[in-house]
Design a protein around this ligand. Sequence first.
Ligand SMILES: [Fe+2]
Ligand SMILES: [Fe+2]
Length: 158
Amino acid sequence: MSIAWDDSFAIGDEEIDADHRAMMALIGRLQTVTSGLSDGEAIVSAISQLRDLCFGHFVREEALQGRIGFPDIEAHRLGHQMLLKRLDAVLKHFADGSDQIRFGILRTLGDSLATWMIFHITRGDSEMRPYVEAINHKRRRYSSRRRDGADHRPRLGP
Ligand SMILES: [Fe+2]
Ligand SMILES: [Fe+2]
């Protein structure tokens, strides 16, 4: 399964969208390096990078969810934790296992991560879009009011 960014994946927050692009690019690279067992170091490095990127992304995304009042943060957080546990288990099996185990992991890893990534955005993170839009809208209105220099304080008395 090939994975590539599409603008329809954007949720409207620059930092989160940039994370998603970077995660997709890394999963694409992982698919390339896992197509052979020849370079174990490159494989472990790509999985570790993805794990670190996901960890940072989840911290940023959960903080954003708190700021925008996103409901059901806990269920979403569980999904994030499950992926981190899975990547940790993959790294451990890859370090401890035989070539047969490594081959078994790598045969499906890239595609299953690509599927997870698309699902993560289209079924989970996309639900943040209206909340992000509402916050962005408020921010734009506030900054345009400040730019026009007018006094928008409520008037008291006649
Ligand atoms: Fe998420
Ligand atoms: Fe995300």
